[in-house]
Design a protein around this ligand. Structure first.
Ligand SMILES: N[C@@H](CCC(=O)N[C@@H](CS)C(=O)NCC(=O)O)C(=O)O
Length: 224
């Protein structure tokens, strides 16, 4: 069954990055359909693919699956041999919890430090509320890495949905030069070394579209 994944701009679309990295890293074949944001961060064509009118969307034989978490769950169900969620029950419960938390939470971080892979904005967006989100993410990473240190470099040892979910956070931390404790930095480095993440980043660096809605820190070019 041929899968199609509809995504947005690789530089900006953190929601798209999650299922794309998941499928690519797991070696699941799919065709990519890329739609580009307008200045306000909207994608008119997205409604052709899903009722939500947003990306990402996974087109499976029976129709569209939309929302990144639903896509990741669907992929895990379609490809059980890939073990996209951790095999052990408690690890799987924790992985689902931290993905749901990323999906619905960390709003201060998401608002103040938008994903913008090709840019560098050290220190921009930092506030006590954002630092609180960062501290909580670091605590999650630490507790996962403590439990699974001997099983691989990812949050639950081997690569899982959880790493795909936190990959865009790693991108935000890089752009905003967020200082991390050594163990968290080691995890961030391991995520950046994943071949899927390298491929996504390389493509993001080639993109030239400027989406004003996602660029709170861009310098306004002065005339003359
Ligand atoms: N909860 C959704 C959020 C999707 C979302 O916000 N997508 C943004 C791109 S990153 C989008 O499609 N924006 C275009 C629009 O709203 O017109 C998910 O997990 O997929």
């Amino acid at each position: 069954m041929a899968l199609k994944l509809v995504i947005g701009n690789k530089n900006y679309s953190s929601w798209s990055m999650r299922p794309w990295v998941l499928l690519r890293e797991a070696g699941i074949a799919f065709e990519e359909v890329q739609l580009k944001f307008d200045d306000a961060g909207h994608i008119a064509e997205a409604r052709q693919y899903s009722p939500a009118g947003q990306v990402p969307v996974l087109l499976v034989g029976s129709g569209p699956v939309w929302d990144s978490l639903a896509i990741c769950e669907t992929a895990a169900e379609m490809f059980p041999d890939k073990q996209l969620w951790p095999a052990e029950t408690r690890a799987r419960q924790l992985a689902r919890s931290i993905c749901a938390e990323m999906h619905a939470g960390f709003r201060n971080l998401r608002r103040a430090m938008p994903m913008n892979i090709r840019s560098s904005f050290p220190g921009k967006g930092m506030s006590p509320e954002v630092q609180h989100d960062i501290d909580h993410i670091v605590a999650i990473w630490h507790s996962c890495r403590e439990r699974h240190a001997g099983q691989g470099d990812m949050l639950f040892g081997r690569f899982s949905v959880a790493d795909a979910y936190y990959a865009p956070v790693v991108m935000r931390f890089m752009t905003h030069a967020v200082a991390l404790p050594p163990q968290a930095q080691a995890y961030a480095d391991a995520v950046c070394a994943l071949s899927s993440v390298r491929e996504w980043m390389a493509a993001a660096l080639l993109e030239t579209e400027f989406v004003a809605a996602d660029e709170p820190y861009a310098q306004v070019r002065s005339e003359g």
